[in-house]
Design a binder for this molecule. Sequence first.
Ligand code: FAD
Ligand code: EPU
Length: 338
Amino acid sequence: MEIYENFILTEHNTFGINVRSKYFTEIFSIKDIKELVKSKEFLGSNTLILGGGSNILFTKDYDGLVINNKIKGKKILSEDHEFITLQIGAGENWHELVMFCVDKGWGGIENLSLIPGNTGTAPMQNIGAYGVEIKETFVDLEAFEISTGKILKFNNSQCKFGYRESVFKNEKKNQFIILSITLKLHKKPKINIGYGDVINVLKSNNIDNPTIKDVSNAIIAIRQSKLPDPKEIGNCGSFFKNPIIAVSHLNIILKKFPEIVYYPINKKEVKIAAGWLIDKAGWKGKTFKNYGVHKKQALVLVNYGNAKGSDLFELSEKIIVDIKEKFDITLEREVNII
Ligand code: FAD
Ligand code: EPU
């Protein structure tokens, strides 16, 4: 196992921010981790676990050890005529896993097609898209506890999944290295096309009885039309979460902005489309030197080349202040700030 010094992270974060870490290493197995935790670089430094770098904004160099998770492998744990239980190494690419399952006809994660990043990171924020969250197929995960060296299991309820939330973003933050996750997938998939434009895209392709492959293809097409490809324009997807507010608050906003986009959650709360708020406030497409707000999706901040992470962070601060002033709503960042 090699530990590199003064390592350039530009290729390791989808914002493409040009920062360095004091140390950098890759782990391919639990054996690697056990060796790593004895090293002087690990013992004397702060540590940061990095997957695909698609939900992280580096605002400065990282003065510590970055551990890039590359633990691979897929293993069938059990199988019957209805379900298959699959354990996947944390370092597997998420979208490749989705494609693998879709090709096998195993349903449950096809709506999560084309989300960048690692499989082991997916539970961190309970990734979600097009009406599905990973918590719906998630069985458990194995994680290495940094302080004790123990490998612990967390089942679905212990992960405390919420909208873009889990225990690993909150009370267990920075304490564990997720090693693998286990999903339970359907061999007789239930199709979920109730969200957004999915049904319209299928209809326009004359598909009446879609397979999970059709659903995946439709979602990939929608995503490609809306979201910038990080290989072309640096970004981390939605920079903010969609805020959840009280219905009483919504009713006040509706008087001034009857066209506001929102989704009912329960009798008392609604989720507001943050993209709509930022767009309405006039930020969509705004460009400052080499960074800005994406022209097609106001929820996505972008690096057009050589932007500083601190510039993007300051832009996000300005947006938060402006949205608070205009709508009395406090936006929360989805992206992890370093
Ligand atoms: P990283 O950015 O590497 O890490 C994110 C956080 O997890 C960091 O705090 C890191 O320290 C921690 N971490 C990483 N790996 C581990 C581990 N093994 N153990 C412990 N901690 C770890 N997200 C959605 O939910 N839905 C979407 O539709 C969506 N669309 C996106 C579209 C684009 C174009 C982009 C760029 C991003 C999008 N995202 C979306 C966000 C992102 O892809 C997900 O959050 C993804 O799960 C991040 O994975 P990663 O491996 O890249 O995480
Ligand atoms: N909208 C605007 N202007 C904009 C952008 C959006 O008015 O510039 C309005 C539109 O009316 C649109 C609505 O907002 O109908 C919602 O937009 P969109 O369908 O693009 O979804 P989103 O709420 O912006 C969320 C997730 C995405 C996920 C999609 C699809 C969050 C924070 N974001 O985006 O996740 O892929 O739904 O399910 O929940 C991510 O987390 O990184 C991410 C990309």
